[in-house]
Design a protein around this ligand. Structure first.
Ligand SMILES: [Zn+2]
Length: 534
């Protein structure tokens, strides 16, 4: 039986999840996510797919996060005519998330094209529009957890609770051609940490032939906290921020993190552990998603509706959002996106980062190159919308809200599968995280030849005698471009550092000397670059 798997995303990086399974019945995708992080990585979203979208027969979607679902509208726009299978929770979330993503793409391209016009460069097209996103929603089909669904002749799938976000699933795919034993491949999707307020712990079948494992937190163990422990951490951060007399700004992920924070704040206000200060949820998407959670209260492991109270305010229009700028202190503002790379949070950061009495609380994973990561690493100045802002506000990070299993939980999940028939692919993690999980498995007695760390666009032939070695390697981007910072980040750093040096110079004559030195270096570098050309 011909059977191969190609890693079109989340290989050598965390984002852009997309695996193409080629079977005798046709090709299916597991996830079709957007790349996030540096400009170099995001540029992949604008390029053609490395496969023909019209030749894809179906998509199996693990969950609604944009790095898993965000290129579905592009896939549909470019000719995909099959069905997209997902759980009810995922379908309900996508109804808001994909159009929102289309809206963000349109806005980004509009800004980019304004700059392109000024610089005399040709305009670029949005990856997809809000209308494209709405059209792609028609391809969605709801399926139940724990039940086999026939996808194509000889290919069926079963979705398992992944405990990561509302609707999240690990997906078991079974491929058969009627003669040999069927092949079972288990895609972990993103795995939750266990002990979440809203969802049951992850579960999955035993001993698949192949396993594809996420490793986001593969090199980190967090202190495992129960609900009360987590709320105590939040309470301490909120109390300190309020005592400083400023506003507490929380960049949030619209899905799950927002609702967990609202839930915990609701508990802390109710029990009197925090004064019932105003909480402004300034994200139309987070607001809509909270509505989806409200509709799924029966599926959530919680009593009553923790998302509605007198001091929770939902900010809708832009003028209302701008009015929040005038609040001097004693309030919490939550806005998306969680990594500060888009959305209303950037306006709030621009308005508040320079105020020493304000606090920014980071509550989730920050990808390299994002504004959130720069803040987390303590950068003293940042550029937002082309303006330079000094960071005087306190920047705090807590990791008790992660939606991801940590190192121990990932290894427990693998252990609970009691091994694999053939092999395990480590994906969806920076290289250090993948290496750490690999080492832990070797220590547990796994054979090295059963564990692979595929690179971007690697294809492996699952029917070959040594299937873990890539059969094809045609990366759209080399590993170096996928990891760490890119030249755009370094350019921003260089500009800031030049500015700092000029500011610190004793007088204008010294500044002229510094600039002459920089220009001299640039000219000789330019000559050197020309000299290397054939
Ligand atoms: Zn996720």
């Amino acid at each position: 039986m011909s059977l191969s798997l190609t890693f079109h995303g989340a290989a050598g990086t965390v984002t852009g999840s997309c695996f193409r399974l080629s079977t005798p019945a046709g090709d299916v995708l597991i996830d079709c996510g957007m790349f996030q992080g540096t400009k170099t990585i995001r540029e992949l979203n604008y390029r053609p797919f490395p496969f023909d979208p019209s030749a894809i027969r179906a998509v199996l979607l693990t969950h609604a996060h944009i790095d898993h679902s965000g290129l579905l509208p592009k896939l549909t726009k470019l000719g995909f005519r099959g069905r997209i299978y997902a759980t009810g929770g995922t379908v309900d979330l996508l109804e808001y998330m994909l159009p929102d993503s289309g809206y963000i793409q349109e806005g980004e391209v509009e800004r980019l094209n304004r700059r392109n016009r000024q610089r005399g460069r040709p305009p670029v097209q949005a990856i997809y529009t809000q209308d494209d996103a709405i059209r792609s929603l028609r391809r969605l089909r709801r399926i139940e957890y724990d039940r086999w669904t026939d996808i194509l002749p000889g290919l069926r799938a079963r979705f398992w609770q992944a405990g990561h976000i509302l609707g999240s699933a690990s997906i078991e795919v079974e491929v058969s051609n009627g003669t040999a034993e069927p092949t079972r491949i288990l895609f972990s999707g993103d795995l939750g940490p266990g002990g979440k307020s809203f969802h049951a712990d992850a579960e999955a079948p035993e001993r698949p032939d192949w396993m594809v494992l996420e490793t986001t937190y593969g090199d980190r163990d967090r202190t495992d906290l129960d609900e009360a422990g987590r709320q105590a951490v939040l309470r301490a951060e909120v109390s300190t921020a309020l005592a400083a007399g400023g506003v507490l700004l929380i960049p949030v992920f619209a899905v799950e993190r927002t609702q967990e924070l609202l839930y915990d704040l609701d508990c802390l206000f109710d029990s009197g552990q925090l004064p019932a200060v105003d909480v402004f949820l300034d994200s139309p998407l987070a607001d809509a998603v909270t509505g989806v959670f409200r509709r799924h209260l029966d599926d959530l492991e919680t009593d009553g509706d923790p998302f509605t109270r007198a001091n929770f305010h939902h900010v809708r229009g832009v003028p209302e959002s701008q009015r929040l700028n005038s609040i001097a202190g004693g309030a919490i503002v939550m806005a998306a996106s969680g990594m500060c790379d888009a959305g209303r949070i950037r306006h709030h950061l621009k308005n508040r980062l320079w105020r020493p009495q304000d606090t920014v609380l980071l509550v989730g994973y920050q990808a390299p190159g994002t504004l959130g990561r720069l803040l987390q690493e303590g950068t003293p100045r940042v550029r937002i919308h082309g303006e330079e802002i000094a960071v005087k506000a306190k920047v705090r990070s807590i990791d008790v809200y992660s939606g991801h299993a940590d190192r121990t939980a990932l290894l427990d999940w693998v252990n609970a599968r009691h091994g694999v028939g053939h092999g395990l692919f480590l994906v969806h993690g920076e290289d250090a995280a993948r290496a750490s999980i690999r080492q832990a498995l070797l220590d547990k007695g796994w054979a090295a030849e059963r564990i692979a760390q595929p690179a971007l666009d690697d294809r492996v032939d699952l029917a070959a005698p040594r299937p873990l070695a890539p059969a094809d390697r045609h990366p759209r981007l080399a590993a170096a471009g996928l990891a760490g910072l890119d030249w755009h980040n370094h350019y921003a750093e260089a500009l800031l550092s030049l500015r700092r040096t000029l500011d610190a110079a004793p007088d204008d004559a010294a500044r002229e000397r510094i600039l002459a030195g920089v220009m001299g270096a640039l000219n000789s570098d330019g000559e050197a670059a020309k000299g290397t050309q054939p």
